[in-house]
Ligand binder design. Structure first.
Ligand code: HEM
Length: 335
């Protein structure tokens, strides 16, 4: 039946249209569970179901407030979510503080430049006041990263919720985080172990459209690079000088020219041989991933779509459910 205007639609048809739109927007592609909005046991409407419908709004407001004051924190929240998910799954293990008998993930060298813990603490406190014991730290982190992407100008997307928090956080587990010395084939293999395709990996690396790196992350490219080169030959000569300067005055280097804006400029930087990390530039140098870099540099909409899908996938890594986890009262301490 063809409707000439919305006004002619019956209530039932209108309801069906809204329901269909909601399914398409919130869970269609990722609905692995067969039920409405169900993804690997998580749900798009989890906090409605749990009688805490304000959860998403509270997270978004707090993220927006903090990022308005300091836009560089968008990068920090996105990176924190990645470092959470790649170690023990997305279970907020990265948020746990070290104790006398245990050095936690956050004190590993790979995590020392993580920032933004106080934003998560503040959100947790507000949520514990509104709906005690309901919203996990892992979900807060996943939602905060998602909201940070949007705040910085990236795509808007919905994520399934219902993750539980883990009870383990050990420094030695951070061995699973990729060091910036890996080449494209090694990155493909490592991300592949978590179920990601090469395209997912290149899209996720696009998170480096935001933020900065310190000298310690790229200085190996600037001297004694390998047996035949002092400086990484895949690095633009002028840009190598810029990086050396960052090391001499101990300042940070932005990954691209728009460090607080989520766009595809990161991929343009790779085409110009001005990728900051070896692990960035290698994506352009390797024929297996160069085509994907070129596609994203050419087509930002394609990057946004692939990035949001890969982020949703990353947010489902080894999630804990039911009694496999808990809802921490304080994100820094196991209950
Ligand atoms: C592909 C493998 C990856 C490697 C080797 C890598 C490595 C790094 C390194 C070394 C830094 C700089 C740290 C510093 O010098 O303080 C960094 C920063 C960052 N990474 Fe990655 N990363 C990878 C993938 C990802 C992914 C998948 C995401 C998120 C989805 C991400 C998000 C970020 C962000 C946003 C920053 C900037 C942080 C800030 O400015 O505070 N990275 N990464």
């Amino acid at each position: 039946m063809i409707y000439q205007s919305l006004g002619e639609m019956g209530k039932y048809e209108l309801f069906m249209v809204i329901l269909l739109m909601d399914i398409i927007v919130s869970g269609w592609r990722f609905d692995g569970g067969g039920g409405y909005g169900l993804v690997d046991g998580l749900r798009m409407d989890y906090y409605y179901m749990m009688n805490c419908p304000f959860a998403e709004g509270i997270v978004k407001n707090a993220v927006n407030r903090h990022l308005q004051a300091d836009p560089t924190l968008a990068a920090a929240l996105i990176r924190m979510h990645f470092h959470d998910c790649f170690v023990e799954g997305c279970d907020a293990s990265v948020l746990i503080d070290s104790t006398k008998g245990n050095t936690a993930e956050k004190d590993s060298p790979a995590n020392l430049s993580l920032r933004g813990y106080e934003i998560i603490d503040e959100i947790k406190e507000e949520l514990e006041n509104r709906c005690p014991g309901v919203v996990s730290c892992a979900d807060i982190l996943a939602m905060a990263a998602r909201d940070a992407v949007f705040f910085a100008g990236g795509p808007v997307y919905d994520i399934p919720k219902g993750r539980k928090d883990g009870r383990r956080s050990r420094i030695e587990d951070t061995i699973n985080l990729p060091p910036p010395t890996l080449n494209s084939s090694e990155l493909i293999r490592l991300f592949g172990q978590h179920g990601f395709t090469a395209q997912d990996m290149v899209a996720l690396s696009g998170a480096h459209t935001l933020g900065v790196a310190r000298c310690s992350s790229f200085k190996h490219r600037l001297s004694n690079f390998d047996s035949t080169h002092d400086v990484d030959p895949t690095l633009d000569a002028q840009f190598a000088k810029t990086l050396s300067k960052r090391c001499s005055d101990n300042s940070e280097q932005a990954f691209d020219t728009t460090k607080n804006t989520f766009d595809n400029d990161y991929y343009n930087a790779l085409q110009r041989k001005t990728g900051v990390l070896f692990s960035d530039q290698t994506l352009y140098n390797n024929p297996r991933t160069r085509g994907i870099v070129n596609a994203y540099a050419f087509n930002q909409a394609m990057f946004f779509l692939d990035f949001q899908q890969a982020m949703i996938k990353m947010g489902l890594l080894d999630v804990k459910e039911g009694s496999n986890g808990e809802v921490r009262a304080n994100c820094r301490i196991i209950n």
